[in-house]
Design a protein around this ligand. Sequence first.
Ligand code: 5RP
Length: 218
Amino acid sequence: MTQDELKKTVGWAALKYVRYGTIVGVGTGTTTAYFIDALGSVKHQIKGVVSSSEASSAKLKSLGIPLFELNDVDSLDIYVDGADEINGRMQMIKGGGAALTREKIIAAVARKFICIVDASKLVDVLGTFPLPIEVIPMARAWVASELIRLGGMPVYRQGVTTDNGNIIIDAYNLPILDAVAVEEQINNIPGVVTVGLFARHGADMALISSEQGVKIIS
Ligand code: 5RP
């Protein structure tokens, strides 16, 4: 199976956790795009969705799935999203698609975060994938210098503006042994909007697709 087929398999596998009449939190990325396709097949059985990006919203709209603003919703049953890396403790690196801030907000609101990945995303130690950080544009140089101080190599993601009007810095080679501590350290740098480490609040369940099928970790 190709990686794309594995993404499709796990995207559709998440449909099983969507409950009748609920509002579903929806992430961003190529794996989540398959979950959105799957949601389209049950659109008359759910109340609607809250979306984490303009890209996902456009796809959801094209399928006729009702969209809600997060502020107009009392609660979210589940949040379904991909990841760039996930470890055995369900901590993740996210933000490859630059949607990390809205993803983290919706994940915080939802009762259950279901992470959908193919097995290539499963790692022992987070950090091979460069860590995405959303930054206020005027703080770019300052945040970069602080990331160097922490042992990372910051690279400005050229030509990318987030849905919130900010920039992305990708931190390479950052030692992420204590992911909760690193998340807190980077979050505390003035100018950082969100760091793409989802460690303090990781996934509640992971669906991981491989040639052997879809494995569930919870
Ligand atoms: C977007 C994300 C995505 O979930 C992550 O980048 C994985 O994407 P894909 O499913 O395309 O591999 O965090 O900000």
